[in-house]
Structure formats: structure tokens, C-alpha cells
Design a protein. Structure first.
Length: 1133
């Protein structure tokens, strides 16, 4: 009776199975002696579990100690029959449910006990086959669910037991199968993989693989082999052992015989093995030697029509891309085609490395590229299993000291006096003009933006008509060190195209200049004129004749855009171009910049991507290798040779040109009849950074599809894979009344290609490739001249034209001053605008109010390729100079300091990211006002995300995203940083709050945003990123972005500043917190809705893999960093 009471207490559920378990538990201490009973009890339990579902449930129910009892019995017993019974019980139990039961089993240490059992059983001679079978079946079941499985197997010595069993049972599929299954799990641990490889398991598995006729165990063996071959040592072993041709032959055999596609997984398994072997150079070599390219190309072509075979085609294409022999970019050097001798070359940094590179060094491919790369891995016994997944939070700043912005000025006033000239308004008293002249260090700015003096022979004559009144002393400030000017001069004389002295093009242009400067400036202009007359105006590029005709008075019919584009003026544009100094001494103007761009009224939806485009393009690329006879390989444009452009016109090729402001095309090669490989030029004094493109095409045929491939892209992914199209401008369309850029192109995709990227270009990394952007075009008009660009171009000359037109909008109430921040290395002025309202009167009160207006600092185009930032800036400037009451009110509230184009040289010369120094502007300015700006915002463009959004800085949000522990005093921070983006998300349709981030990352610690926040203490310090692609939320969801939307964004930014002011009240910072909190919502709400993490890709996973070795490089990290040194001093106080 007492026993029964005890049992009911132990097992609340007084069922039969629980009673039996209780009995087993009591026996456990002495199970060896009670072998017979144990055998009977376990058999009964097994029977119950096999016949009654509820028994199993009871054993596995929460709170039950059933599993412990079973495992303890397994551990203690030595009786084979009892062990078999228990293994059967476990098998029954673990088969049911979706892994929860296995989880319980693992958590109770079941795996270890199984290995223990396996080891003792293996010592019996001969080991019980039945036992081994059961053990391996169970191990195969629990292995994938146990993170420590691989380590436990190795430490217990189980690897060898399994391998020996396989060796002894190659002809015994019944036992072989579960052993292979377990081996597969072992092999996923990289240390195990190496150890198994050493023991000959790779070779062993090839004995198991079989041709089509013998299907049996191949699949599992392939899975195990695939896992083993992930180890480079094993891959080398397989390549050395001659197994690549064997795998290819097996694949071809299965492909041929598996006509009804029933064995897709086996075929895929073979490809996975090939994929892993070809991760090493030796494997790729073996693959190519075994004619693998042709085998996979042919089989894939046959698979293409069957959609279910896509995984095979995709894996094949991946292998072929990897093994495609690396080609050299068709260039003499990856350094820019244009030379610009720097006066001072910093030892470190990209320019320094470029200069220190000896002559004759081939930087296009690595000399040692043919040598075997380091394919051996460190066979360290580091437990990969223990290694935690790399947290995405690694980049978050966790040093609390670095998370606290400085407060108050840190530089003595005297030191800053030299910058006073940029802040004339702070000393101006508006009383008597003569007095103010005495006070000011420099006289009022001229109306026209001063640009550099015309030093070069070919602009001297042009600039005569160009009014400039540069003040004698405005160049003396530190912002315009004398060096800049001298550099400009000597630099230009040193500037030339690489690979030829005074080549014909240059000479030609000089002659042209002497004959007629205007015609020289407008090679393009003239051609259009001829086009209208019906001559063959596309064939004359380079000849002198047409210019002469133009001088005789040809008239161009230009689109009348005055009403639609109030800031555009064709004649004014010409004037501005004359003062723009480029390194290549461009003398032509591109039509789109001349005519202007009238944003289309139709919608331009994101392009829906057709499945299989990338694959089709890659197959076409592979065909270059398979069918070499189709390849034309004709160079049609080449900046590196003196006679560029190079083609004699046989009517069979397109003509290219990019020798105009912001143009960037270095070379064009006709690959096939209607296909061209295009190579972009590197930024000057740099050997990479290309993404921006802008070039002209003519000589097209109508009714054919042309394929363009930009083959030296560098980023690992692009919005061109997610709906973005390139821009095209047709001169024919412009002349017939539609002067505009339109999103265009089909079959667009962006993928890793077979052009080798040298370690010099890849930051020291070997074996990297470039990426191809490909798109196809059908031209609408015969004899058209079309332009293609990465994004809506916005040249420096355009900026000057816009600024000049904005000057004309000035009213007596508007205070507008244009200073020249500095002269760039290239000799161009970098404008600084001051916009505010004139004081209401000369009274002290009003002047005091004027001087005390908070400062807003805005800048754009530090990265020349991000032209969208200029369009946003245009919107901002137009709004600020407007006559609306809002604009008025805004001017009365703030003093705006705006540098609309931080990098004019980069913009002019078609750079993507750098200035002429190959790094960044080396001119700086500093703000001497005693109060830090209320808002700092640097406008940028983002090529990998949609929408417009901001990066800001917040201690709290950084701490929340990381694991650092912080005291509440560390977290004292008001929510001011959130107000502006929040308002923007309410009023600007393109703006997305969800895309914003306020986390301070280590990698971005030297960006303008972080520096201004940390070192100057500006709470509202932002980078505003505008998409180059389009929006996935709001009013513009599903549409590509255009200039209208970008300009609207710039205007709404102004409106938001006004709201910010209304909310905060002037200079009442106490108030500010409460009011801003009001619109932001409660603090708790912010906590519950943390911002997105910056590094998160905002794209859905892509249908087709872009790449197999993702090299992630975050958009603005590098560049923002470069920018930062300058910004640090910029505003430092
Ligand atoms: Zn940028």
C-alpha cells in the first residue's frame, strides 16, 4: 500500500506507462543485476508507446521526469536487448512532434549518452549491427537539432566509429544509409570536416557515389561530401585526386538519364560539390581543364525551359561565373585617364599611394594573380561551434565617452577672427554704408559668382566677356590659401591626358577657340543646328567644318523652356561654362545641360524585374567564351589614346563621347554587333570610385536593341536590381518640345562579372571582380544624339546659372550674400551663400534680433556622383529666395549658411566621389559665430536604399541598440534630434521616418554628421540621404524619383524648419524640449519603436543571387569619413 501511495505521489498521472517508468527508476541503481526485469519493463514501455499515443504524451509532458529516467537507464545498462528497447522507445518518442521532443532530449544530455553508448558498443567484437543501425538512426535524427553535436562527436571519438562502419559496410545499404546521414551532420562542423578529410573520407565517399543506374545512397553521400568540400583542404584533396572530371561525368550522366526530373536533388548535390571545389583556384583550373564550362553551359541551356530546374541552372551559372577565366579590363592603368599634378601629395591616402606607385607598374591586374592563392585554411582547433553569430551591432559606438557631444566653444575667438569675412552680417550695422566698409574686411560680394581667373589659353578669350569683380583680398583668407591659386595655374599646365602629350583633340580645340570661341564652346550646339538642316550631323564629331558653318550664323531652334524653367537660361548657361575650369579643358557643352530638363508629367514606376534576366545576361557573357567567333571586340572610343574618338565611321558602330562637364566614359568596346562594353574613368588622382556615368551616343539604328554593359562597377549591389532605370535624354525629343531626362532601359541588372580587379583597386584584397550594370535600349529616332546618365546631371555651371538667376529674385527685404569660400585646386570658386531677411529697421533692437537669429548650416555635393542632392538643394534655395509669406517668415527666423556644392572640381570632372586631390576637398572653413548652428544638414544621395531619410545622432538610441550598460545620467538627452525628421515625415511625401537612423556607428565616427554632433555639440546634426532610385512608401510608392520630387523635398525641408521654429519659439531652449516632445509623442513610445539599424539592407532578398561572396561596403562610410576631416574644422568651436 505504501508503494502505491508513493507512486501516486511521484506520478500524478497514475497511468500504466508512468508506473512502469517508476519501476525502471527504482531499478536504476541496480539495473545490471536486474537485467531480466529491465528487459521486460522496457519492452512493456515500448509496447505501450507504440500502441497508445497518450503514453508518449505522458512521458514527454511538462513536469514529467520520464526522459531523465529513460536516459539514466540507457546510460547504466549493459544489456544489449535493454539498450535496443530503450533506443526503440526513444525513436518512437522523438518521431512525433515538431522538434520540441528532440529539444527536450538534447537538453537532458541525450546526445552525449548516445555517443557513450556508441563507443561502448563499438568495443564489442563484432559490434551488433542492429545496435549500430539504431544508434545511427537516432543520431541522425537529433544531430541537426543539437548545436554541440559536432564537438561532442569528435570529443567522444564517435567520428572514427562511424567512418569505420562505412568502410566495412559499403555493400550494406541498410546500415550504410544511417551512417552517411550521421556523417553528413558531423561534416557540417568545419573542424570535423578537416579531420575527416585527413582520414580519407573524401575518397571514401567517392566510392559510394554512383552513376544513374544505381541510385541508392548517392544523395546522402553527396550531402556529406558537399559539406566536407566546404573545407578548402578537402577541396584541394578532391581536385588533386582528379575527382572534378568524375563529378562532371556523373552530372552529365544524371542529366542525360533523369529525363523526368525525379532526381533533382542528386543532380543539385553533384553541383554543390562542384561549387565547393571550385571555391579554390586549383578546383577552378581542374573544372576548366575538364571542359566544365561547356558541360554546364550545355546542360543548363537544356534545363532553361523547365522552371522547376531553376535551382540547377542557377547553381550551374554560379559555378560558371566563378570559373570563367578572369579577364583584364581593357585599360593601360586604372588611374584616371586625366592627369592633374598635385602641388602637395600627402604621404598617406589614396593620392599618396597613387603617386608612390612606380612607373610601369601594372595596376589593372595582379602580377601574381596566376599563382595559387592561399587556399589552405588555418587548421586550428578553434571551436567554430562555440562562436556566436556575428552580431550586427558590432559597429555601434559603445564608448560612452564618445557618445557625449562637447558643449560650448573650444577655440579662442582670436583664432577664429580670420573667418570673419564669411560672417559679415554679424558685424554689419546697416547704419551708414561707409562705416560698414571700414568694419568689414572685405567689400560686398559681386552679384555674379566669382569663379577662377582664366589662366588657360583656351578660356582666356572666352572670359573676356564675363564680368567678374573679385575683391583683391578675398583670396587671402585661409579658406583660399595662396597655394590653391598657384596650384590651379601650374596644375592646369601639368594637366593632360594620360598617354599622350598635346594630342590632336586638344590642338583641334585650341584652333577652334582662335577661330570662334563660342563655336568652340558649343561643338554640340552646332551639331544640332546641322541636324535641323538635315545634314548628317552625327558624323562630324571631330571635324572642323561645322564650327565654321556655325560661325556663319546658323540658328539653333531650341526648346522654349523659359516659362517652365524659370531658373534656366541658355545664354546664361553658356556664360557660366566659360568660367568653369576642367582638367581635360572641356570645350563642349552637353545638350541636356544647355537645354535644361523639364520634369515629365507622366509617372515613372519602378521597373518590374523580369525573372531570369540576370541569368540570361550571364549566359550571354559565357557565350563569349563558348562562341568566340561572334565577338567583334572593336574599340570605338578611348580616352587613353590621343586620337580619341577613334573610329572611322563605317556606319557599323555607335559613336560615343563624354568630353564635356561631368562626363565620365573612358572607353567603349563593341563586343557584338549591338552590344558594347563601357568602361568608366576613375576619379582624378584615384584608381577607383566609379559609379557615376554621363555620356553621349550617336549613330544609332532604329528598330534594333542595343545592349550596354558598364563593366567596371565596384559596389556589390545596386538599386538597378530593384527597379531603378538609368536616365536618357534625346536631343531629337528636346528639339521637338520635350527637353527632358527620362528613366529608360529594359533587361536591367547588376551582377558580378569576369573582369579581374587588382588588389590595388580592391584595397589590398586579391581575387576580386568588378560588377556589370547592363541595360538594353531601343532608340526611337534615327540620327539622334542621346545622353545616358546615372542620375539627373547637375553641373557646376548649372549651379552658377541657378545662383545667378536666384540673385535676380532678391528684393530689398532679402539679405543675400555670395562669398567664395575658397578657390579649388582646379581654380573654381566654391560658393557660400548667406540668406536671411534684412533687419526690419536700423534700430538697435532689430539689428540685435538680426544678429541673434539661429544659424542653419546646409551643404551638398561633397560626393559629386550624388547629383540628387543638388536637386534637393535647388528646391531649398528656390524656396528660401521665394516671395511666399512662409519664405519671408523663414528668413526672418534664421540665418542660412549654405554651401550648395562642396566639391566643384569633382562635379566638373565627372568624378563620383573625390575632388582633385583624390580624397576630398582640402579647403576648409570654420565658423566663428559663438553659438553652434541650430541645425546642420549635409545633403547626400543613397544608391542602395529607397526614399529620403536622415541619419542623426542619439546617445539613447545608440545605447538601446547595443548591449552596453549605462546609468540613467548617461542617458540624459532630450528628443530634439527627432523633431525635424518627424516633421519631414509628416509633410514631405518622399521622406520616410522608418528609414531614419539615429545610431552612432564607429565606422562613421568621422563623418560630418557625427563630428558636428560630437565636437561642436550640434544636437540636430544630420545627413539627409535621398534615394537615387525611388520610393516604397507614401504618395510616391512604387515610383522612381524625379527632379520634381527632389526639389519638393528641398522646399519641404524649409517648411519643416519653419515648423521647428514655431514649435520651439525663438531661442527659448527650455521650451523646446516640451514642445518637441509633444509632436514626437511620449518618450515611452520612442523606446517601443526604435529606429531601424543603419546596416540593415532594406531590400527584400533577391530572386537570383547577385553574388556568392558578398563583400558588403556601406554606401557612405568611406566617403563620409574622408569628408569628415574637413568638416571637423569646418564648424569647430
Ligand atoms: Zn554621399
Amino acid at each position: 500500500i505504501s508503494k502505491i501511495i508513493l507512486l501516486t505521489q511521484t506520478f500524478i498521472c497514475n497511468s500504466r506507462v508512468m508506473m512502469l517508468l517508476g519501476q525502471l527508476e527504482r531499478m536504476n541503481g541496480d539495473i545490471v543485476r536486474q537485467a531480466e526485469t529491465a528487459r521486460q519493463v522496457t519492452a512493456k514501455i515500448l509496447h505501450l508507446i507504440q500502441t497508445q499515443e497518450k503514453s508518449g504524451k505522458e512521458v514527454m509532458s511538462k513536469g514529467s521526469s520520464g526522459m531523465e529516467v529513460i536516459l539514466a537507464s540507457l546510460e547504466n545498462t549493459r544489456d544489449v536487448q535493454t539498450i535496443l528497447n530503450i533506443l526503440s522507445i526513444l525513436t518512437e518518442l522523438l518521431t512525433v512532434g515538431r522538434g520540441r521532443r528532440v529539444g527536450v532530449f538534447v537538453s537532458k544530455g541525450g546526445t552525449g549518452i548516445l555517443f557513450h553508448t556508441l563507443l561502448s558498443a563499438s568495443k564489442e567484437m563484432p559490434p551488433s549491427e542492429e545496435l549500430m543501425l539504431q544508434l545511427h538512426s537516432l543520431l541522425a535524427k537529433v544531430g541537426p537539432k543539437d548545436r554541440k553535436f559536432g564537438v561532442a562527436a569528435r570529443l567522444s571519438g564517435a567520428l572514427n566509429v562511424t567512418v569505420n562502419l562505412i568502410k566495412q559496410n559499403l555493400q550494406n545499404p541498410k546500415l550504410l544509409l544511417p551512417c552517411l546521414q550521421v556523417l553528413r551532420v558531423y561534416s557540417t562542423n568545419s573542424v570535423n570536416a578537416i579531420s575527416l578529410g585527413k582520414n580519407g573520407v573524401v575518397e571514401l565517399l567517392f566510392k559510394v557515389l554512383a552513376p544513374y543506374s544505381k541510385k541508392n545512397t548517392s544523395l546522402v553521400a553527396l550531402d556529406a561530401l558537399g559539406a566536407l568540400l566546404k573545407s578548402k583542404t578537402n577541396a584541394r584533396r578532391a581536385a588533386d585526386g582528379g575527382y572534378v572530371p568524375i563529378l562532371l561525368a556523373l552530372y552529365a550522366d544524371w542529366h542525360r538519364n533523369d529525363a523526368r526530373h525525379r532526381h533533382m536533388l542528386i543532380r543539385k548535390g553533384l553541383l554543390v560539390c562542384l561549387r565547393n571545389i571550385t571555391n579554390i583556384k586549383l578546383g577552378r583550373k581542374a573544372f576548366v581543364e575538364a571542359d566544365g564550362m561547356r558541360v554546364l553551359y550545355n546542360s543548363s541551356t537544356e534545363c532553361l525551359p523547365v522552371r522547376t530546374l531553376d535551382p540547377l541552372v542557377n547553381t550551374s551559372s554560379l559555378i560558371m561565373r566563378k570559373c570563367f577565366p578572369k579577364k583584364r579590363l581593357p585599360l593601360p592603368t586604372i588611374q584616371s585617364a586625366f592627369l592633374f599634378q598635385l602641388p602637395y601629395v600627402p604621404g598617406t591616402g589614396p593620392a599618396g599611394r597613387t603617386y608612390s606607385q612606380g612607373p610601369g607598374v601594372d595596376d589593372v591586374v595582379d602580377e601574381s594573380d596566376d599563382n595559387d592563392e592561399a587556399d589552405t585554411e588555418n587548421d586550428t582547433e578553434n571551436e567554430e561551434d562555440e562562436k556566436d553569430q556575428q552580431s550586427p551591432n558590432d559597429d555601434i559606438e559603445t564608448d560612452l565617452n564618445k557618445l557625449h557631444p562637447k558643449k560650448g566653444p573650444c577655440r579662442p575667438y582670436e583664432e577664429l577672427r580670420v573667418y570673419e569675412r564669411f560672417f559679415v552680417e554679424l558685424s554689419e550695422d546697416f547704419q551708414v554704408s561707409q562705416v560698414s566698409v571700414l568694419i568689414r574686411r572685405s567689400p560686398p560680394r559681386p552679384i555674379i559668382v566669382p569663379t577662377a581667373q582664366a589662366f588657360s589659353p583656351n578660356t582666356r578669350s572666352l572670359s573676356r566677356a564675363y564680368t567678374r569683380t573679385p575683391s583683391p583680398d578675398h583670396r587671402e583668407g585661409p579658406g583660399a590659401r595662396a597655394g590653391g591659386r598657384i596650384v590651379g595655374r601650374s596644375g592646369r599646365s601639368a594637366a593632360s591626358r594620360r598617354g599622350g602629350g598635346a594630342h590632336r583633340g586638344e590642338t583641334r580645340r585650341r584652333q577652334r577657340d582662335q577661330a570662334d570661341p563660342l563655336a568652340a564652346a558649343f561643338g554640340g550646339f552646332v551639331r544640332a543646328t546641322l541636324g535641323r538642316r538635315g545634314s548628317n550631323w552625327s558624323s562630324d564629331c571631330g571635324s572642323e567644318g561645322p564650327e565654321d558653318e556655325a560661325a556663319e550664323g546658323a540658328v539653333l531652334e531650341v526648346p522654349d523652356t523659359a516659362l517652365l524653367l524659370p531658373l534656366h537660361d541658355l545664354d546664361l548657361y553658356v556664360e557660366m561654362v566659360k568660367g568653369t575650369l576642367s582638367v581635360p579643358q572641356y570645350a563642349e557643352v552637353a545638350y541636356p545641360d544647355y537645354f535644361g530638363h523639364v520634369a515629365p508629367t507622366f509617372r515613372e514606376p519602378l521597373l518590374e524585374r523580369v525573372y531570369g534576366v540576370q541569368r540570361a545576361k550571364i549566359f550571354q557573357d559565357i557565350e563569349r567564351l563558348i562562341h568566340p567567333n561572334d565577338i567583334v571586340d572593336k574599340v570605338v572610343y578611348d580616352l587613353d589614346i590621343p586620337s580619341c574618338p577613334v573610329i572611322e565611321d563605317d556606319g557599323e558602330s555607335l559613336k560615343f563621347n563624354s568630353q564635356f562637364e561631368s562626363g565620365n566614359l573612358r572607353k567603349a568596346v563593341q563586343v557584338r554587333k549591338f552590344e558594347y562594353d563601357l568602361v568608366l574613368n576613375s576619379d582624378i588622382n584615384s584608381n577607383h570610385y566609379h559609379q557615376w556615368f554621363y555620356f553621349e551616343v550617336s549613330g544609332m539604328k532604329v528598330g534594333t536593341t542595343y545592349r550596354f554593359n558598364i563593366i567596371n562597377c565596384e559596389k556589390s549591389n545596386s538599386q538597378f536590381n530593384y527597379g531603378m532605370q538609368a536616365l536618357m535624354y534625346s536631343v531629337q525629343e528636346a528639339i521637338s518640345g520635350s527637353p527632358r531626362w527620362v528613366r529608360t532601359g529594359t533587361d536591367i541588372c547588376y551582377y558580378k562579372n569576369h573582369f579581374a580587379r587588382s588588389s590595388i583597386a580592391a584595397g589590398g584584397l586579391k581575387g576580386k571582380s568588378y560588377y556589370t550594370l547592363t541595360f538594353s535600349i531601343n532608340f526611337k529616332h534615327k540620327d539622334d544624339v542621346c545622353y545616358f546618365a546615372y542620375h539627373y546631371p547637375y553641373t557646376y555651371s548649372t549651379l552658377k546659372m541657378h545662383l545667378s538667376k536666384l540673385e535676380a529674385l532678391r528684393t530689398p527685404q532679402i539679405y543675400l550674400r555670395q562669398d567664395v569660400l575658397c578657390e579649388t585646386l582646379g581654380g573654381n570658386g566654391c560658393p557660400l551663400l548667406t540668406i536671411t531677411a534684412m533687419p526690419e529697421s536700423n534700430s538697435n533692437d532689430h539689428i540685435c534680433q538680426f544678429r541673434n537669429r539661429p544659424l542653419i548650416f546646409l551643404s551638398a555635393r561633397v560626393h559629386p556622383g550624388e547629383t540628387n542632392a543638388s536637386w534637393v538643394m535647388k528646391g531649398t534655395l528656390e524656396f528660401l529666395m521665394g516671395s511666399s509669406p512662409l519664405a519671408n517668415s523663414l528668413r526672418e527666423s534664421y540665418i542660412f549658411k549654405i554651401v550648395p556644392m562642396l566639391n566643384p572640381d569633382g562635379v566638373i570632372n565627372g568624378n563620383h566621389r573625390c575632388s582633385l586631390s583624390g580624397e576630398d576637398l582640402n579647403r576648409q572653413w570654420q565658423s566663428p559665430n559663438l553659438e553652434a548652428p541650430l541645425v546642420f544638414c549635409d545633403y547626400h544621395g543613397h544608391s542602395r536604399k529607397k526614399n529620403v531619410f536622415m541619419y542623426g545622432c542619439s546617445v539613447k538610441e545608440t545605447v538601446w541598440q547595443s548591449n552596453i550598460s549605462a546609468t540613467s545620467s548617461d542617458l540624459q538627452e532630450d528628443l530634439a534630434y527627432r523633431a525635424l525628421p518627424k516633421i519631414l515625415s509628416q509633410i514631405a511625401p518622399a521622406f520616410s521616418m522608418a528609414s531614419c537612423s539615429f545610431v552612432v556607428e564607429r565606422s562613421k565616427e568621422s563623418t560630418a554628421r557625427v563630428v558636428v554632433w560630437r565636437e561642436i555639440g550640434v544636437q540636430r546634426s544630420y545627413t539627409m540621404e535621398s534615394t537615387l532610385c525611388g520610393c516604397d512608401q507614401g504618395k510616391y510608392k512604387g515610383l522612381q524619383i524625379g527632379t520634381r520630387e527632389l526639389e519638393e523635398m528641398g522646399a519641404q525641408f524649409c517648411v519643416a524648419l519653419l515648423r521647428l521654429k514655431r514649435l520651439t519659439g525663438l531661442r527659448n531652449h527650455q521650451h523646446l524640449l516640451d514642445l518637441e516632445s509633444d509632436i514626437i509623442g511620449s518618450q515611452a513610445k520612442v523606446v517601443s519603436c526604435p529606429t531601424t539599424y543603419v546596416l540593415d539592407e532594406d531590400e527584400p532578398s533577391f530572386l537570383e543571387a547577385i553574388d556568392y561572396s558578398a563583400e558588403s561596403n556601406d554606401e557612405d562610410v568611406e566617403a563620409e569619413n574622408e569628408h569628415a576631416a574637413e568638416v571637423r574644422t569646418y564648424l569647430s568651436m
